[in-house]
Design a protein around this ligand. Structure first.
Ligand code: NAX
Length: 327
């Protein structure tokens, strides 16, 4: 077995946290040979519930789980962290202005970024799940000048998985037959799920579905899936979000399969005309260490329009947090 990896989960007492922690402890996040030390971060009101979850984690007697610690101080929670899953965020409440939401989250992700900068291990890898995830990742990265910006990523994997599931259902193929899905941009209704490069059992997906289905059903269904889940379940996506977080980190650390890629929200290096620094959903591969944006894809007019819409949306979010002084 390998040496233990310290994983810090924020918002540990929330519903995604509850779906996530047991899978991390079981070995699904890092693999079956990697022991885990779990650091759970909550706000003071969440600590008691986190303690209850820790009791249940103990009761699972997971062979890989070496330690559980609960904190309400980010500096302690990120001490020595190798992986940070930033799930806890300030949700938008009724009547809340967007600027207030961005400011409240700046007040969370700024200090957490600084705590990561000052206390995390040198190989720290961060996935931001809490919304607005892309901009929260940007805020955390900018508060951590000593950590490469490439180590701060945002979760676009749920959107990616949703897109695969919708296409699989439409063409009647198993999900395992679908490769090279992409979701460009922001984890919001602006996102652009794109089958341009996708294959189904090796055949181009674009040959199996028509343009009207893509524009009128596929894109809006994937982009608005979160709202549909809330409508049906009376609560937002939790287990599927936790699953996507597991997928993202697993592929980041262990690599993506040969001949395929996944979608990750990563700091743009200017690829595909996306301004440098914006945390943007791109098709990415990992060699088991760093994300790399897939290069050289031909961009259709529809994809270009989708990318541009997301650049605009993310620049607006970035400018708004700059104005608030959190960036
Ligand atoms: P919950 O409200 O169930 O849990 C959030 C938890 O975070 C609470 O226990 C709260 O006490 C804690 N928290 C709040 N501020 C904190 C802080 N400063 N430090 C540590 N903990 C803090 O929300 P849940 O359903 O778990 O969702 C968490 C976040 O994920 C939300 O922002 C949600 O919008 C976002 N999502 C992102 C998705 C994505 O694909 N990127 C999809 C699912 C989800 O909607």
């Amino acid at each position: 077995t390998k040496s233990p990896v310290t994983v810090t989960v924020t918002g540990a007492a929330g519903q995604i946290g509850y779906a996530l922690l047991f899978r991390i402890a079981s070995g699904a996040l890092l693999g079956p040979d990697t022991p885990v030390k779990l650091n759970m971060l909550e706000i003071p009101q969440g600590v008691k519930a986190a303690e209850g979850t820790a009791m249940e984690l103990n009761d699972c007697a997971f062979p890989l789980l070496q330690e559980i610690n609960i904190f309400d101080d980010p500096n302690q929670a990120f001490e020595g962290a190798n992986v940070g899953l930033l799930v806890g965020a300030r949700p938008r409440t009724k009547g809340m202005e967007r600027a207030d939401l961005l400011a409240a989250n700046g007040g969370i992700f700024g200090p957490q970024g600084k705590a990561i900068n000052d206390h995390a291990a040198d190989d720290i890898r961060v996935l931001v799940v809490g919304n607005p995830a892309n901009t929260n990742a940007l805020i955390a990265a900018s508060a951590a000048p000593d950590v490469p910006a490439s180590r701060f990523t945002a979760m676009m994997r749920l959107d990616h998985n949703r897109a695969i599931a919708q296409l699989a259902e439409k063409v009647g193929a198993p999900v395992a037959d679908i490769k090279k899905m992409a979701v460009w941009g922001n984890h919001s209704a602006d996102q652009y799920p794109d089958v341009s490069y996708a294959t189904v059992a090796g055949k181009p997906a674009a040959d199996l579905v028509d343009a009207a289905w893509l524009d009128e059903y596929f894109v809006p269904t994937v982009a608005k899936r979160g709202a549909a889940i809330i409508e049906a379940r009376g609560a937002s996506s939790a287990a599927s979000a936790a699953n996507a977080a597991i997928d993202h980190v697993y592929n980041w650390v262990n690599g993506t399969p040969e001949g395929d890629w996944v979608t990750a929200g990563v700091a743009s290096d200017g690829s595909y005309g996306v301004p440098e620094g914006l945390v943007f959903g791109f098709p990415c591969t990992s060699n088991g260490g760093e994300w790399e944006i897939v290069q050289g894809l031909e961009i259709s007019d529809a994809t270009r329009a989708g990318i541009e819409r997301n650049i605009k949306a993310l620049e607006e979010e970035r400018d708004a947090v700059r104005e608030l002084g959190v960036l």
